[in-house]
Design a protein. Structure first.
Length: 476
């Protein structure tokens, strides 16, 4: 009896074992069948026939494929439609044969020449360039931008990443017979950095000594430029305190951003500028009393090296050697230095005017006219009737007309009367007023407190950088 029982038990175990083996064989056969079917589909590049059910089956057996059949499977010309569905397969493909090519765009490069160098045919170029919304980006690439091509061992493009800058990436992925694209943007971490210094030579020289980036120094000069002439007014002993933003990605700084609050002490007079966004959504810099740091006009509309001739009603003309009034100021500057509109207005003349050479005249509110003469060229689009804003480039420095050297001749007229551009009182820009002034004052107290904290703790490196969202918590 025991023998019969034992025999039956052996038969049962054998039967179970046979069932297990049969099941495994079925899975292997299924995998093999799917491999063959998928091979045919992909080899023929009929991506539209790869339905979701087949992709799901493939996902179920991906471990077997990755462990046993990867090299053979990924020898197929492409599995792009599957890659988009299953990131694990993508990484396996990358690890086991897919080549990633990183290209830095050069001056004479274009999409066609780059694809050709990688062995990709022109049909790929055509499909990429026709992708809705993003395809045109590939036809206007600039030098030093990057491209990342993901190409299978058999030379089939599966994915292309276009990287125009450190924050943006346009990803082109296979979709059936064509490509689809999407924009992926990284949001950088914003941190604050504090720098202070004392002028011993000039703002630009001494700010560089203490580590203030040139970009931020230029912004500092622009913010305070209506109150301080950084060519003539700066004195030894002037002080500056700057709290500004920096952008970081994965712990590495990528960019210097805007000044948040800054103080400049010129000849003992302290001026503080605070960045503030008003109720209309416009961001600008204001003094602590709510007045704008900006004036309605820039004092000097060009970055000059020296004043070659001042405003003088009784000047001896350098060419004709006769006494003739000099109704403006001459700012010597290198050829083609940009000339900016000193204020908002409408162009009333742009062209040639005898001794003035190439000249631009702008009509501003309150019956003010500014004149920019001897330009080498007038900026494209600047013509009579054109509206311009303060800071817009309108021309480039030259020596056209009656001029002995490259310079800008700049005039400032009020009610038809010539005024000295260096000393004329400039109209104020719109201040913060009314009900908003109260909330602005509250904002000012917090910003000044933040600046003073950084001054006090300047020696502590931990306070050089605070995350911007923490700053927002402080201000709320």
């Amino acid at each position: 009896m025991d023998k019969i029982t034992n025999f039956k038990m052996v038969n049962v175990f054998s039967f179970i074992f046979i069932l297990i083996i049969s099941f495994l064989n079925i899975k292997v056969v299924s995998a093999s069948l799917l491999y063959n079917e998928t091979s045919d589909l992909i080899d023929a590049r009929y991506h539209q026939t790869c339905c979701k059910s087949e992709i799901t089956l493939f996902s179920d057996i991906k471990l077997n494929l990755c462990n046993h059949s990867v090299n053979k499977f990924y020898g197929i010309s492409s599995v792009t439609c599957l890659i988009r569905q299953d990131h694990n397969v993508f990484f396996a493909l990358h690890r086991d044969g897919t080549h990633k090519h990183i290209i830095t765009v050069k001056n004479d490069d274009n999409l066609s020449s780059i694809c050709n160098s990688l062995g990709l045919n022109q049909s790929v170029v055509l499909k990429l360039s026709k992708v809705k919304k993003f395809g045109s980006k590939l036809t206007s690439m600039k030098p030093n931008e990057k491209l990342e091509f993901w190409i299978s061992p058999s030379g089939y493009l599966m994915q292309l990443d276009y990287i125009p800058n450190r924050l943006d990436r346009i990803r082109f992925c296979r979709h059936k017979l064509d490509f689809k694209a999407r924009l992926e943007t990284i949001s950088p971490t914003i941190k604050l950095r504090f720098i202070q210094g004392v002028v011993t030579e000039s703002l630009f020289v001494d700010s560089k000594k203490v580590g203030l980036p040139t970009k931020v120094t230029s912004q500092l000069a622009n913010i305070f430029g209506w109150d301080v002439d950084f060519v003539q007014d700066v004195r030894v002993g002037d002080e500056f305190y700057v709290l500004y933003e920096e952008e970081y990605i994965h712990g590495s700084k990528i960019n210097d951003k805007d000044i948040v609050v800054a103080t400049y002490i010129n000849k003992g007079k302290q001026i503080t500028a605070i960045r503030y966004t008003n109720l209309n959504g416009s961001t600008s810099y204001y003094k602590t009393d709510g007045k704008s740091m900006k004036k309605a006009f820039i004092r000097t509309p060009v970055e000059f090296t020296r004043i070659s001739s001042k405003f003088n009603p009784s000047r001896l003309h350098p060419i004709f050697k006769t006494i003739q009034p000099h109704h403006g100021v001459d700012y010597a500057a290198p050829l083609n230095t940009p000339i900016k509109a000193s204020g908002d207005g409408v162009v009333i003349f742009a062209g040639w005017m005898n001794g003035y050479g190439n000249v631009v005249k702008i009509q501003h509110p309150k019956n003010i006219v500014t004149v920019y003469a001897h330009a080498n060229s007038i900026h494209t689009g600047i013509k009579k009737g054109k509206r311009v804003k303060q800071g817009d480039i309108i021309a480039k420095v030259g020596k056209t007309g009656w001029a002995t050297g490259t310079h800008l001749h700049y005039e400032f007229q009020v009610n038809g009367k010539h005024c000295n551009p260096e000393t004329v009182k400039l109209p104020e820009a719109t201040p913060i007023k009314g009900n908003e002034l109260k909330s602005f004052k509250h904002f000012v107290v917090k910003m000044l407190h933040l600046l003073e904290n950084h001054k006090t703790c300047f020696a502590d490196n931990n306070l050089f950088s605070d995350q911007y969202h923490n700053l927002n918590l402080i201000l709320n």
